[in-house]
Design a protein around this ligand. Structure first.
Ligand SMILES: N[C@@H](CCC(=O)N[C@@H](CS)C(=O)NCC(=O)O)C(=O)O
Length: 210
């Protein structure tokens, strides 16, 4: 399989499937298309009908959009446990992934993913509410489903991959977290795959400042 992604410093949607595949130890070839180069859109359109990344290529098949990629990979590799085994936990994991996929507009707008940076921003009430909602999700999942390990549903699942970019945003923008959320953020940052992504982000030459 081939995963087409954007810059590791900026592409939060790309991090999600990349991290899931890496942690689940599923081999893939990575194709990185820098997002802000002059011919970036036409490069992406050569792979993806939406002109967006991430996109997964598996033989003749193209799967675009992070959530569809997550579902496809989970179906293709059911033994990797990328969705929780318990039906209630699995439905909750899918709910919070869907919530991330379609929500948190204020957070996305104000706290752009920028792994290399260390920034201070004024938070709008909407962005503050998004942060509080994420802390509530993490706290509730850890309490209800986290008995078997340090992740949201105990073992690593797609839910962790979907919230991993938020972890980097909280670091970049120095957002203070209560202890349970802080411990969870540190668990994600300590993943070797996460460290690999962060190291690569620091080494990238491209910026979005044109
Ligand atoms: N809903 C899509 C969003 C993908 C997306 O917006 N990707 C950004 C990079 S992080 C992109 O390709 N932007 C280029 C553009 O919008 O032209 C997903 O979940 O994969």
């Amino acid at each position: 399989m081939q995963l087409v992604i954007g810059n590791k410093n900026y592409s939060s949607w790309s991090l999600r499937p990349w991290l899931g595949l890496k942690v689940a130890d599923i081999p893939f070839e990575e194709t990185l298309l820098p997002l802000y180069e002059p011919d970036a859109r036409s490069q992406r359109l050569a792979f993806s009908p939406t002109g967006k990344v991430p996109l997964l290529v598996d033989g003749e098949l193209r799967v675009w959009d992070s959530l569809a990629i997550a579902e496809y990979v989970a179906e293709k590799f059911p033994d990797r446990g990328l969705w929780p085994a318990d039906v209630a936990a699995r439905a909750t994991a899918r709910s919070i992934c869907a919530e991330m996929h379609s929500g948190f507009a204020a957070l996305r707008d104000i706290l752009n993913m920028d792994i290399r940076a260390s920034l201070q921003v004024g938070l709008t009430p909407e962005a503050q509410a998004d942060i509080e909602r994420i802390i509530a999700i993490w706290t509730e999942c850890r309490a209800r489903f986290g008995a078997d390990g340090p992740f949201l549903f105990g073992r690593f699942s797609w839910a962790d991959a979907f919230y991993a970019p938020v972890v980097t945003r909280f670091v970049t923008y120095k957002i203070p977290l209560p202890p349970v959320a802080q411990a969870y953020a540190e668990t994600i940052l300590a993943l070797p795959a996460m460290q690999e992504w962060i190291t690569a982000a620091h080494a990238e030459p491209w910026t979005n400042h044109k």
